[in-house]
Design a protein around this ligand. Structure first.
Ligand code: GDP
Length: 461
């Protein structure tokens, strides 16, 4: 049997016995994917020893024996840089790891004792856990598959604060005509202005940005497939006239690249990776968006509902029609919960649920088990109590990135979606802190074990 086939067959067998699970981690840039995956691997490696995983029954019951990294299956996918991330966290002073930029993978072999030992295989078992990390921005491209170039152009918006961020690009496209011929190098320049606009919008805290690969091009940087942009002013144009334009025209060239992007970039990701994930966690930096103000918060909400379409398994959804995915369990987590005092954590989860109310309704309707939670993959603060005008008040202690000790109350998380009143008071502001040192044990976290329980707990019984 050829090697690949043997491997596939072996994998199939393992899956059949529930001994293999493919778990994917995603979220928009800076949502906390790298921190989450680093901590997850670290906790499992310390399971049975120093890791505090009380919310994971297998660990609490002393049945989780530990985990080892083993060679991953797909040698074409970069390995998740766990050692580099851990080295940054163990540095003195500790540093946050560099974020990953594309898809990466890591395979763990987990040893555990089943609750009831079986007849065969002794009293320990193995679960092979394939972990994947990929940018949530890539999921923003799913809706792009529903469009042709003209309808995509019409769907893009450049109003409000975005108008300013895309001003350079808009100046360049203002006098372009769909029928004119445009030199290759000129197209590349304009596309770069467009990508700069997207990056500036990203920097400014916007999330609803397309195409996703323009923000994280990876090995595609500079390739013509990433050199297109929406043509404004097509509203009045007759679609049939546009389709008749010659192949060298600006419109036809951009439309060709758009189609290529759909066929060779977006679809293969769904076909070759996404479709094969068993479980998924989507990380959301709700607190970061709260900190950044109303326009960004709105934008995050729009981006999330777009991103969540990738989990809409309704039989008629675009996703099901095209790729028949099979994720059977989903978690949605508000990250960096250690930015707020512990009594705010329930509100944070509530806010996440409010933010995702529509997609969550669709998921429950489609019978996809989903759970929302708040967590901190790697804690940077410690909860304290302070006296404030004779009353005990919760507070947080941490070390700022500049190395100063701080004791503060960052504010209250709104229970519901923030309204004008909340933004008017702007009762929320937090500082970035250094990660807490490891102190010889596993990385300090909040409820990472709850996430683990939901995502893999049932496979460890
Ligand atoms: P990615 O782009 O999704 O991989 O995001 P990262 O994991 O690199 O996280 C981005 C930044 O968020 C980090 O550099 C940290 O500053 C911060 N961060 C991530 N996780 C946590 C956490 O659990 N607690 C705190 N306080 N900050 C975090």
């Amino acid at each position: 049997m050829p090697r690949d086939l043997t491997r596939d067959f072996h994998d199939l067998l393992e899956r059949g016995r529930d001994r293999q699970l493919r778990l994917a981690v995603t979220g928009l840039s800076r949502a906390g994917k790298t921190a989450f995956l680093t901590s997850l691997v670290d906790q499992l490696r310390h399971a049975g020893l120093e890791a505090r995983l009380d919310l994971l029954p297998a660990a609490r019951e002393g049945r989780l024996l530990g985990a080892r990294r083993v060679e991953q299956q797909d040698l074409g996918v970069p390995r998740f840089p766990f050692d580099r991330a851990l080295a940054a966290l163990d540095d003195s002073p500790p540093r946050w790891p560099e974020p990953t930029r594309g898809i990466s993978e890591l395979r763990l072999s987990i040893r555990y004792r089943p609750r009831r030992p079986g007849w065969v295989g002794g009293d320990t078992r193995r679960l092979t856990l394939d972990l994947f990390d990929y940018p949530g921005e890539w999921l923003l491209d799913l809706p792009l598959l529903e469009h042709d170039f003209a309808s995509w152009c019409r769907a893009q918006r450049f109003d409000g604060e975005r108008a300013m961020l895309f001003a350079d690009w808009q100046r360049e496209v203002a006098d372009l005509e769909p029928a004119q011929e445009v030199e290759e190098s000129r197209l590349a320049e304009i596309a770069e202005r467009y990508a700069e606009g997207l990056r500036a919008a990203r920097e400014a805290g916007f999330s609803d940005l397309q195409p996703g690969r323009f923000l994280l091009p990876g090995e595609l940087a500079g390739a013509p497939v990433l050199q297109f942009f929406p043509l404004p002013g097509l509203d009045a144009a007759d679609p049939a006239d546009l389709e008749r334009l010659p192949p060298e025209s600006l419109y036809a060239t951009l439309a060709r690249r758009f189609r290529h992007y759909q066929q060779y970039i977006v679809k293969p990701f769904y076909r070759e990776h996404f479709r094969r994930f068993d479980r998924q966690i989507v990380l959301v930096d709700v607190l970061g968006a709260l900190n950044a103000g109303p326009e960004r918060f709105e934008d995050l909400s729009r981006a999330l509902s777009r991103l969540m379409q990738s989990f809409d398994y309704g039989r008629r959804s675009l996703l099901s029609r095209l790729f028949a995915p099979r994720i059977d369990r989903l978690a949605i987590a508000a990250t960096k919960a250690d930015h707020v005092t512990p009594e705010q954590h329930a509100r944070l989860t509530g806010l996440l649920e409010a933010l995702l109310a529509e997609p969550l309704k669709d998921l429950r309707f489609a019978d996809v088990p989903v759970r929302a939670l708040s967590l901190a993959s790697i804690r940077a603060t410690e909860p304290r109590e302070v006296d404030h005008r004779g009353k005990r008040q919760p507070a947080l202690r941490g070390t700022t990135l500049e190395g100063e000790e701080a004791l503060l109350f960052p504010g209250e998380v709104p229970e519901r979606l923030p309204d004008a009143d909340f933004w008017g008071r702007q009762g929320f502001a937090f500082t970035a802190f250094r990660p807490l040192p490891r102190d010889g044990g596993a990385l300090p976290h909040i409820r990472l074990d709850a996430a683990l329980d939901w995502l893999i707990g049932d496979k460890l019984t």
